[in-house]
Design a protein around this ligand. Structure first.
Ligand code: ZN
Length: 144
């Protein structure tokens, strides 16, 4: 279960809309406890792929280090990553699977003709064979 406030949901959707027709990506910072994961902040990242920024996102190792440092300084964990799928469904692609790590939450928002649409979250299985869907709980009025 991924708890995501309305405010953070809107920030992700806005980032996805601004980046259209290219993919946006960023990190989900927060905490994990018995009730699941609660996202408390975002770090927006540049989509660093030059060859195909429209349909492939890639988080570089230096991004991971930078984001982990930012999270640590705030007493948070890097819970996962978000990115957009311009004019494609909110499902992980084969590329996504090959470049994902277990444990992290992968949030995907589909953007159709510039409008952010469906949002979904996924966790890679430990054997890296497939993604399992992760429920997103939107919380109104939660401090963001
Ligand atoms: Zn993707």
């Amino acid at each position: 279960m991924l708890n995501l406030s309305q405010d953070l949901t809107e920030r992700i959707r806005a980032h996805a809309a601004q980046s259209y027709p290219y993919e946006c990506c960023g990190a989900l910072l927060g905490t994990e406890n018995g009730d699941g994961r609660t996202v408390q902040d975002l770090v927006m990242l540049d989509n660093q792929r030059d060859d195909s920024p429209r349909n492939r996102f890639l988080v570089f190792p230096e991004d991971v280090l930078r984001v982990e440092k930012a999270a640590r300084e705030r007493g948070l964990d890097v819970l996962g990553w978000y990115h957009s799928h311009p004019d494609a469904p909110a499902r992980p692609s084969e590329f996504d699977r090959q470049h994902a790590w277990p444990w992290y939450s992968y949030l995907i928002v589909s953007v159709e003709a510039g409008e952010p649409r469906r949002m979904s979250s996924w966790r890679l299985t430990d054997d890296r064979e497939r993604f399992d869907a992760e429920e997103i709980a939107s919380q109104l009025g939660m401090p963001g």
